[in-house]
Write a new protein. Structure first.
Length: 383
């Protein structure tokens, strides 16, 4: 930040002071009007009347801060004169786990921003003036011509009419070591205090970008929103890339499974024709083979029917395997089976070997695509 313009939203007009560089004295006052080009500044801070805002200390929970912030308005509903749903709330940490909550009517925030826009300004910060009182000493008050700003340690922060100040002190039970300063106007309760000159330069010394900013959320400046655009575009691009990769993965799985199913269908057909002959009518090969097996005749004869009849009860009980292919040749039925581990394949082999009249052998086992594939050879005969 090389320059910063502080603007006080007074009842009748906007008054500004300009800091040309960090630590430099402010120059002004600057009369701001629609018929005059506003001074150029990297940041614009709009100081608004604290008496038109709700200012409260807050202690957010150590966990669940996001939920706490979402319910911020309703946590301070009792301290609001109006409907909290029509108010703009903001929060900022102040150290030691505590912070400040500031709220104002949305219509009022819009009014302040419209007034600034009428003189060519787009504020980056909208902050209550009393929050810029110093914290050292802890109890501070600043008398300005039309009111008195106050900031009490472990107490309230805000503004009152000058004549109400003694009543406020009495309600607080007195305030020890109060530092009263003066920025024009009559005495306050018979005390004048140290003179600090114009209020804006005095308050500007304590400005901190981490103060609660009413120019946030739905009132965030367009520049701040556009600054987030690259990050949003990056997030959107990553999401789109992830979606495309997911579609490609799903498409590959579908293509691979389609080829595998087609290969199995081809092998089933080959077994069917080898069993029933080349002139048999193929309708549902698995159902036809099963029916022939139950009938024990009228269809394919020989070792295939015998093997299917003996092995089917055992194979039907195994749900953790998948059939990748089968082949029947020279009295031997070979099944290509996929299982989550070798132990499952070997257990199936042992159970098939326990069937009278059936002999099972497990061929070479390979690992691929997260599963084990083995070839189980079935023959007739005793163990």
């Amino acid at each position: 930040m090389s320059s910063r313009l502080f603007v006080l939203a007074e009842e009748g007009a906007l008054v500004g002071w300009l800091a040309s560089k960090p630590g430099a004295a402010l120059t002004g006052p600057l009369g701001l009007s629609a018929d005059r080009e506003p001074p150029s500044a990297d940041q614009v801070v709009l100081l608004v009347p604290a008496e038109r805002c709700l200012i409260r200390r807050a202690n957010p929970p150590p966990r669940g801060r996001a939920e706490w912030l979402r319910g911020l308005a309703f946590q301070f509903e009792e301290g609001c004169a109006g409907d909290v749903e029509s108010m703009q709330f903001c929060y900022a940490d102040a150290g030691d786990g505590a912070g400040w909550v500031v709220a104002a009517e949305r219509a009022l925030v819009e009014h302040w921003l419209q007034r600034a826009a009428s003189v060519g300004l787009d504020p980056d910060f909208v902050v209550p003036d009393a929050l810029l009182l110093p914290t050292d000493p802890p109890n501070n008050a600043l008398a300005v011509p039309d009111k008195l700003l106050f900031r009490i340690a472990e107490g309230p922060v805000g503004a009152v009419e000058r004549e109400l100040w003694p009543s406020l002190l009495a309600a607080l039970g007195g305030v020890g070591d109060l530092q009263l300063r003066h920025s024009g106007g009559p005495d306050v309760g018979g005390a004048r205090g140290e003179s600090v000159g114009p209020s804006i330069p005095y308050l500007a010394r304590q400005f901190d970008q981490n103060l609660p900013n009413l120019r946030s959320g739905e009132f965030a400046p367009a520049a701040r929103q556009s600054a987030r655009a690259p990050a949003l575009r990056l997030a959107a691009g990553l999401l789109l890339a992830a979606f495309v990769v997911h579609l490609l993965a799903v498409g590959f799985e579908w293509w691979r499974d389609s080829r595998r199913i087609a290969a199995i269908d081809s092998e089933i057909s080959e077994v069917f024709y080898s069993a029933f002959g080349p002139n048999a009518r193929l309708v549902d090969p698995l159902a036809q083979l099963e029916a022939a097996s139950r009938q024990g005749g009228g269809g394919p004869s020989g070792d295939l029917i015998t093997l299917l009849r003996l092995a089917a009860p055992v194979l039907a009980t195994e749900s953790r395997m998948r059939l990748n292919g089968l082949e029947f040749r020279d009295g031997m039925l070979e099944l290509a089976l996929a299982a989550p581990d070798v132990g499952t394949l070997d257990g199936l082999r042992e159970r098939l070997n326990s069937v009278s009249g059936l002999s099972a052998q497990l061929g070479g086992t390979q690992f691929g695509d997260g599963e084990f594939v083995g070839r189980l050879r079935l023959q007739g005969g005793s163990r």
